[in-house]
Design a protein around this ligand. Sequence first.
Ligand code: MF3
Ligand code: CO
Length: 248
Amino acid sequence: MITIKSKREIELLRVAGNIVYKTHQYLKPYLKPGITTQEIDDLADKYIRSQGAIPSCKGYNGFPAAICISVNEEVVHGIAGPKKLQDGDIVTLDICACYKGYHGDSAWSYKIGKVDEEKEHLMKHTEKALFVGLKEVKPGNRIGDIGSAVYDYATSKGLGVVRELCGHGVGSNLHEDPEIPNYGTPNTGPRIKEGMVFAVEPMLTAKSPNIEILDDDWTVVTEDHHPAAHFEHTVVVTKDGYEILTGE
Ligand code: MF3
Ligand code: CO
């Protein structure tokens, strides 16, 4: 069931989303060669709690860390540990925070120092693909319009679209209906209505879109070990478009 959020709920979702945004801004200066993913996770955990929220990922289906930190060929759900960031890496921070029972969810990929051309291309066009998808978010359009736009854009840039992972509704649950795949057919799927809240999140790969899961049962990696990128915003559908909740 896709719910329409009340004014009060949207206000709480806006606060949660803003905490997620501020956590990204807080962490950005720390993303330098030598820092471990565990240190990043600890900083995120403390910061989210300092804002009166809790990290939604911790304990979610048993996930052990505060946020998801995925490096290079890791697509999503990377678990913090002793790994040190290195010059030339890309690192994705997927941050979810729960404020007074409502969630915000935003992932962003960051470059560490200078990255190669493959990563430059991937980063630039995955971020663009997010906004190409968001452009379809308006009352009257349908969910298939979003995925179709993302897919066409991504493939036109030679990037792979991960099909096993989707965007989703957001509310008092981190994952709600509808599922928002990064592929689809225009003018199909549920109709988009004012007051719906969802996360649009292209997860794109530099080469093959095929993925596998590591032995930790969480970390999703590309099968060919080429890099992946991930950009995600939680948005609320407005009268004629959308408002980003995980922004300033
Ligand atoms: N933003 C991630 C997602 O939508 C959140 C994952 S929480 C985790 O899948 F606990 F599953 F990692
Ligand atoms: Co998400």
